[in-house]
Ligand binder design. Structure first.
Ligand code: B3K
Ligand code: ZN
Length: 852
């Protein structure tokens, strides 16, 4: 397959001023007619991209073209000797009913719930009609949709301008979107949906109609999303001065979707899992995620839609910035420390692993075969971390000055990362030095230590980034290191400063540090995780213990605990009682005021995260055994406290507040520890919690415990849970996932789950419940049987949904770190897969993965 390079970018030969699109849906197919007003703006042929389209007719300026006047292949339609001004009209037939790729226009759901939705980012519009389908072609769209009246919901971007009937059985709507947009933001929905409506008046006085569309049984689960949308609109006005620009904002929920959601202009399309929420059916975690995704897609209206990407290499321009914005938004609705802990946990487990493996790439890649393969944790999460570093460096006011400049300068344009930095640099020129962060793959390792003499404290810092094959030798990056100094005796905060390491190594001097009698400075670095690096700072064990008790910044308090846990797991610290003692003190302290943070302090790095410590000879069985041993020791050491704490958190009437959510999470953590410690009363408490649950967090917490600990009434509860929620697909997803995740569930059991009637291979949410779980269980995954099951699924999906297939495959990118025998087994499985697959998505990943 062909590789595309950033350095080869050329502007489009033709601009498309206006697009008129007409989509007529019939039982077996759809007929799409389009009219494009094109004008030449650079040298080159008039090329329209199209895939899986049956061309019926093409005309230019009213004249139907003969086959000698165009060239047609599987990817494009080239008009020979096209005039500089051309009205190009095409008519094509497409088959949304059999389109399982979930790209372009496709059918989602069956019977009553059957609907047709679009997914055009990044290159799906070319599966609907012939078009210069690239983000730097911005046009004004008018869309006509026609379908049988059984589909009463006909939606497209913008404002509704007309609706009417066609004969007795069919009807149509016409929509006009006044904003110029790239084709990837086009959307259409043909469905039979209920709608929840509300209004929002913007800071500019525009009254906006807000609409959430879902199938009738789900419409009552749209209230969380509606509130989130209003909160997001207000937040973007308050924090970035950005108001919404159309009279209507619509969100449609669909059950078959490849990712979370899509920010189509004025008509977002959402995976049901990221929009539906009710206390009975969604855990607190999922409900909070709904809020975050609603915010993310809404924020794209400015960062992505009004200012878009010049080409797909610039994807992080919209995604990194928008993730940073949604993380900041979420942090304003809960404890900032907990938000940061969760964001960093995701960064570490997904992005650091990617950066350390065969699929490592820069935040702004320089080449790709399949752009869908680059919607990665690196582009999104590391991209967000770069923007966060810039925001912190500039401070609130200057960052706002910089973003104001960005919006003013580039509104309505398709731009690059360089443009972004250039706009921000009006506030502070140091911004420009961050460009290498976008170009250089690999996670920097930040090391260092402390020396002191009287009142002078010297912090030494050094950085090193691995040389990723096929890239230039790494250069030193600007690394902001938020640092504090505490007194070891009194715990008093003596100094705080943002250090900026710009060279391979440097020393930073703090003068006038007043220590207590016999005290020494306890230095806390990288507070709030001020840069996306791996920290190897030579803290003493005693100082880490001190930091857990007196660090005032919540993230580093958690981090100090994590570092101790890691040291125990890797054998350099053996005092488990001291960890248990700390947990005892902090839980007592936080139980009433911040139970969420208390719960997070019990975190133990996942098996996948621990695997990252090995570049060779990784032994999943040993890693899991060591991890299990640790948790068991902690559970036993705290046995006298966990029951007391659990009882101090009785089930109460459901409330959706940070405090109530924290109590629910901590209760579930404690339940698990009690069962591990063999607490005799715990089993009854689990059943009680399940039977009396006021919400899904309580119920699923108990259900998971029943399964993980193989409790006596397990089969009874598995049946009960299924029966209670048989009509709720997302809850049944949780039912599959809880079973598949348990270490007591064998590979055969997982395979059996995947044989069930209700295991639907066309619904990515369902597919991920089992395969995502298997990927999270390295002990099972890295066996011949585990890999056979996993890769047979990838092979099967390679034909029907290559996006999903490639995404699943990417979880295996660090296969080469396994011990010799397992590694050979993994390699031969991957090589065999390569003989059987076809999609460029899967092939590109396999090629990269097998090059070590
Ligand atoms: N922009 C979309 C992602 C599209 C992914 C296509 N494979 C969702 C988002 O980031 O908001
Ligand atoms: Zn996004």
């Amino acid at each position: 397959p062909q590789k595309i390079y950033l350095k080869d970018y050329t502007p489009p030969a033709y601009a498309v001023k206006k697009v008129d699109l007409d989509i007529c849906l019939y039982e077996q197919q759809a007929i799409v007619s389009s009219r494009l007003e094109m004008t030449r703006q650079a040298a080159g042929e008039l090329v329209l991209l199209g895939r899986d389209l049956q061309l019926q007719q093409v005309s230019v300026n009213g004249e139907v073209l003969s086959s000698a006047q165009f060239r047609l292949d599987s990817e494009s339609l080239t008009l020979i000797d096209a005039p500089d001004r051309a009205i190009v009209e095409t008519k094509v037939i497409i088959k949304p009913q059999t389109n399982t790729t979930l790209e372009g226009l496709y059918q989602s759901g069956l019977d009553d719930e059957m609907m047709f939705v679009t997914q055009c980012e990044p290159e799906g519009f070319r599966k609907i009609t012939f078009f210069p389908d690239r983000p730097d072609v911005l046009s004004e769209y008018t869309t006509r949709l026609e379908a049988p009246k059984t589909f009463k919901t006909l939606l497209a971007n913008g404002n509704l301008v007309e609706a009417g009937e066609v004969g007795d059985d069919r009807h149509y709507t016409i929509w006009h979107d006044p904003t110029k947009k790239p084709s990837y933001l086009f959307a259409a929905v043909i469905a039979n949906l209920q709608v929840l409506q509300d209004h929002y008046t913007t800071s500019e006085g525009r009254k906006v109609l807000l609409e959430l569309y879902a199938v009738s049984q789900d419409i009552d689960k749209c209230h969380v999303a509606m509130q989130a949308l209003k909160d997001s609109m207000k937040w973007d006005e308050d924090n970035y001065g950005r108001a919404y620009d159309l009279d209507r904002y619509m969100i449609v929920a669909t059950s078959q979707f490849n990712m979370g959601a899509m920010e189509n202009k004025g008509l977002n399309i959402f995976n049901t899992s990221c929009v539906l929420s009710s206390p009975e059916t969604a855990t607190d975690e999922r409900s909070f995620n709904v809020k975050a995704v609603i915010a993310h897609e809404y924020f794209h209206n400015w960062t992505g839609n009004r200012i878009t990407c010049r080409d797909w290499f610039q994807l992080c321009l919209k995604e990194g910035f928008t993730v940073f914005r949604d993380q900041s938004f979420s942090g304003d609705f809960r404890s900032k420390a907990v938000q940061r802990i969760e964001d960093v946990a995701i960064l570490r487990s997904a992005q650091f692993a990617e950066d350390a493996g065969t699929l490592a790439h820069p935040v702004r890649p320089e080449s790709f075969v399949e752009i869908n393969n680059f919607y990665t944790a690196t582009v999104y999460e590391k991209g967000a971390e770069i923007v966060r570093m810039l925001a912190n460096l500039l401070g609130k006011e200057k960052f706002r000055q910089g973003t104001d400049e960005y919006f003013a300068r580039y509104d309505g344009q398709a731009v690059t990362v360089e443009d972004f930095l250039s706009a921000l640099s009006v506030a502070d020129e140091r911004v420009l030095a961050f460009m290498p962060w976008y170009r250089q793959p690999g996670t920097p390792v930040l090391s260092g230590g402390v020396q002191y003499e009287q009142d002078k404290v010297v912090v030494r810092l050094a950085q090193k980034t691995r040389h990723v094959p096929n890239y230039d030798a790494p250069v030193a990056l600007p690394i902001p290191v938020d640092t504090a100094i505490f007194d070891s005796n009194t715990g008093q905060l003596l100094a705080e400063k943002m250090l900026l390491l710009t060279t391979d190594s440097a020393e930073f001097v703090f003068d006038g540090i007043q220590l207590s009698e016999g005290g020494h400075p306890v230095v806390s670095v990288l507070r709030n995780f001020s840069a996306p690096v791996r920290l190897e700072f030579d803290y003493s064990d005693e100082d880490l213990v001190r930091l857990v008790s007196f660090e005032t910044e919540g993230f580093n308090r958690w981090q100090a605990m994590q570092t101790l846990v890691n040291r125990w797991l890797f054998g350099s610290f053996d005092n488990v009682d001291s960890i248990a003692g700390l947990l005892k003190t902090v839980t007592d302290e936080l139980l009433d005021c911040d139970p969420m943070l208390a719960a997070r302090l019990f975190d133990v790095p996942s098996q996948k995260e621990l695997a990252m410590a090995y570049d060779s000879d990784y032994d999943p069985v040993a890693v899991k055994a060591r991890r299990d041993e640790f948790i068991k020791l902690i559970a036993c050491a705290l046995a006298d406290k966990t029951t007391t704490w659990y009882q101090a958190l009785p089930i109460q009437a459901y409330e959706d507040t940070p405090l109530a959510r924290g109590r629910r999470l901590l209760r579930n953590v404690l339940l698990d520890l009690r069962l591990l410690a063999g607490d005799a009363a715990a089993e009854q408490d689990v059943y009680y919690q399940y039977d009396n649950a006021t919400c899904m967090s309580e119920r699923l917490g108990a259900f998971t415990a029943i399964i993980n600990h193989d409790l006596g009434k397990k089969s009874l509860y598995i049946a009960n849970f299924y029966e209670k929620f048989a009509n709720e697909d997302l809850v049944i997803d949780a039912w599959f996932n809880a079973q598949a995740l348990s270490s007591r569930t064998s590979i055969d059991d997982i395979a059996a789950l995947m044989q069930r009637q209700d295991y639907d291979w066309n619904t990515p949410n369902r597919v991920r419940t089992t395969l995502g779980a298997l990927a999270a269980k390295p002990v099972q995954l890295w066996t011949q049987q585990g890999m056979a099951l996993y890769l047979s699924a990838v092979e099967r999906l390679d034909g029907s949904n290559p996006l999903l297939a490639a995404r699943l495959l990417s979880a295996l990118a660090r296969w080469y770190t396994l011990g010799d025998d397992t590694k050979a087994m993994a390699q031969s499985n991957l090589e065999q897969l390569k003989q059987k697959v076809q999609s460029k998505n899967v092939l590109e990943f396999l090629d990269n993965m097998l090059t070590v």
